[in-house]
Each structure stands twice: as C-alpha cells, then as structure tokens.
Design a protein around this ligand. Sequence first.
Ligand code: ATP
Ligand code: MG
Length: 200
Amino acid sequence: MNSAIKSKLRLNLRARRQSLSREQQSIAASQLMRRLIQLPAFRSARHIAGYIASDGEISPATLLRHADLCAKHCYLPKISQAASSNSMAFYPYHHRQQLRPNRYGIGEPPGLHRQAQAANKLDIVLLPLTAFDKAGRRLGMGGGYYDRAFAFKRNTKARKPIMIGLAHHCQEVNSLPSDDWDIPLDFIVTDRQVMKVKKR
Ligand SMILES: Nc1ncnc2c1ncn2[C@@H]1O[C@H](COP(=O)(O)OP(=O)(O)OP(=O)(O)O)[C@@H](O)[C@H]1O
Ligand SMILES: [Mg+2]
C-alpha cells in the first residue's frame, strides 16, 4: 500500500525538481550552501558524506568543495556493482577527482574497497530527498540504499552520523507515508529553510 503511494509521489515530485531551470538550480544551490555552512553540525564535522546531484536534485557540490578546501574529509557513495545487492559504501573524494559513472549514470570516486569509510564513522551525511514533510519524514529514489546503509541508526542510540536531508523548497508535501525501515533524519535543509527534526 505504502509502496504504491510512495511510487506515485516520486513521479510527481521528481517532475517538479526536473522542471527547475539551470538558473533556479544554481540560485538554490548557493542558498543551500549559505544555510549549511552556518550549521554547527557542519562546522564541527571532520568526515562528511555528500552526493553528486542528478535528476534535478539540489546540489551540495559547492559545499563539498569548500569542505575539501577546509581540510575536512569528504566522501561520496558508491553502489555495489552486483545489480542484485543494492548496497552502498562511502569512498574518499577530493573535489578535482575524476569520477566514473555507475549504472544510473551518477559519478563515483574510483576508491579501492579497503578505502571505504565505515558508515558509523562519518560525522554528517548529506543525502538527497525526493520529498519531505513537516514531520521530517523523507522519500528517496526507491532503491532503499540509504535505508540499508544507515539501518543501524534505527536500532541503536547512535548519535552519529547526523543525517541531513537536502531538497528544493518545492519538494515539501503535506504528509508522507513511512515504513519501519525508513531511516530518520536529524535535519532537513532546503534553499529556504533549516528544519530540525523532532525525535519521535
Ligand atoms: N534495512 C533494510 N534491509 C532490507 N531492505 C530494505 C531495508 N531498508 C529498505 N529496504 C527495502 O528497500 C526498498 C525501498 O525502500 P523505500 O521505498 O523506503 O526507498 P527510499 O527510502 O526511497 O530509498 P533510499 O533509502 O535509497 O533513499 C523497500 O522495498 C524495502 O523493503
Ligand atoms: Mg525509505
């Protein structure tokens, strides 16, 4: 039931962000950077995971470049090559590094398996949202990659990493369905606001 509602919402909300112009995207990315850079969680973080924006997602690229130049350690997700496994790990990333497209066409760092950073050793994770609501619920792209990689955050009192969902303002909806496996967010940051998610 939830899965049908989630699929329909994804189509709708993806179309919204895809319709943003290049200029709107660029303004939104600068506004996002301005807000994120002021977050104490970002300032104190040493190990930061981000992503390469695709499908109209809001881009944290400038922030990652800034973090890299400030000698913070940055990471990008890399999905397993076996199409059946749906797992994801985080590899070191430097902003001038050449990336290689994965099966979704999203750039990934070349890192070797032994260079992967354990998910619970990251300080903050910036993750793309397809939709969010006022209660802080999130909708991703439907692969369950983030839900799997950070499933340990549901069952333990682990404070780290701090999960920060990023989205365009226009991706907010009234209410989202939620499943047991959906990992909770700590903050949602858009081009227009910073929302601290209340713990349930
Ligand atoms: N911890 C988990 N272990 C196994 N399967 C999981 C886990 N978390 C989610 N899944 C599976 O992933 C699928 C997609 O989940 P969901 O629709 O919530 O994706 P999503 O949150 O949009 O994706 P993402 O986490 O990549 O942003 C579901 O079929 C679900 O069963
Ligand atoms: Mg989910």
